[in-house]
Design a protein around this ligand. Structure first.
Ligand code: R5P
Length: 294
């Protein structure tokens, strides 16, 4: 029934308090539509403005990677400690409980296996399926300087056009070929190109010299890729430096799921990302958690 007999005059309008118009907390993201921003808020924790993405998409070109042989047993127990999961739609549908309500970033480019030229990728899913799976973002590999550079850039721009139509952000992943230089100059080039072409955020590798120039010259958030497994303290130090030098979090895989104790490691990385915990303290936390749950 309509509320006709209890109409109050003026009391609840708080006319003296102007409505706030808060800027969105992510770099370069002030002018997105609500759906795009809402999806990004399901990736980047609104409290810290950063994300711990757990990357488990490696199987899309290299099959059952060490540590990912049984996603149900090795990864599902880690889900409570993630902000976001980056994976393929096949693993999502087959193995991840739909009760997982944090952001899901789906791998949307594919083609060659490790046996072939990796830059020869094409788009590997359409927007309708991304919506069906409630994706928070789609990820596409971009091979700046690679053999199929133009093709991979075209994958990026087509995906961004499709994503913009439906409010789905695109994560550009800067892929580095075997013989390519990994320095700040290269990553400035690659990240800036991805942002200029419309990526909502960019994933790239950490470099010890000049990483802050990579983040500063990229007008959208950068997340650091983990790379090959290294000792825990080194991985925690790399993550700490990356966020101190402007990264909005990490997209880390092997350094978590190939750790001696993945559950302890992901919690230690989370403290580094969200609470600026120093690497040595995070290592102590890792050791304590590891000893408590062998
Ligand atoms: C490459 O296979 C994927 O894009 C991974 O998501 C990415 O390399 C991050 O995983 P990791 O930390 O193991 O390098």
């Amino acid at each position: 029934m309509a509320d006709l007999d209890d109409v109050r005059q003026g009391k609840q309008y708080f006319a003296e308090i102007p409505m706030k118009s808060e800027p969105f907390y992510l770099k370069g993201a002030n002018h997105y539509d609500w759906g795009m921003s809402n999806r990004l808020a399901n990736i980047f924790n609104p409290a810290s403005g950063r994300t711990l993405m757990l990357a488990i998409d490696h199987g899309y070109f290299q099959g059952p990677t060490t540590g990912l042989e049984r996603v149900d047993l090795n990864i599902v127990p880690l889900l409570p400690h993630t902000d976001t999961l980056m994976l393929t739609r096949g693993i999502l549908r087959s193995t991840i409980p739909p009760a997982y309500t944090k952001g899901v970033v789906l791998r949307a480019s594919a083609g060659p296996s490790i046996l072939k030229e990796l830059s020869n990728e094409h788009l590997a899913m359409d927007m309708e399926d991304a919506l069906r799976l409630n994706a928070a973002a789609l990820a596409v590999q971009v091979f700046i300087g690679g053999e199929f550079e133009t093709q991979s850039v075209n994958n990026l721009t087509r995906l961004i056009d499709m994503g913009n139509r439906y409010g789905i952000p695109v994560l550009a992943v800067t892929a580095v070929g075997k013989n390519m230089t990994r320095d700040a100059r290269y990553f400035r080039l690659a990240c800036r190109i991805c942002a200029e072409l419309g990526a909502a955020y960019v994933k790239t590798y950490y470099v010890p010299e000049g990483f802050e120039s990579v983040t500063a010259s990229c007008p959208v958030p950068i997340v650091m890729a983990g790379g090959k497994k290294i000792p825990e303290l080194e991985a925690l130090t790399m993550a700490w430096r990356a966020v101190q030098e402007g990264a909005a979090g990490v997209d880390m895989g092997r350094n978590i799921f190939q750790s001696d104790h993945p559950a302890a490691m992901i919690q230690a990385v989370s403290k580094v990302i969200h609470e600026d915990m120093k690497p040595q303290d995070a290592l102590e936390l890792y050791r304590t958690l590891k000893s408590e749950t062998p």
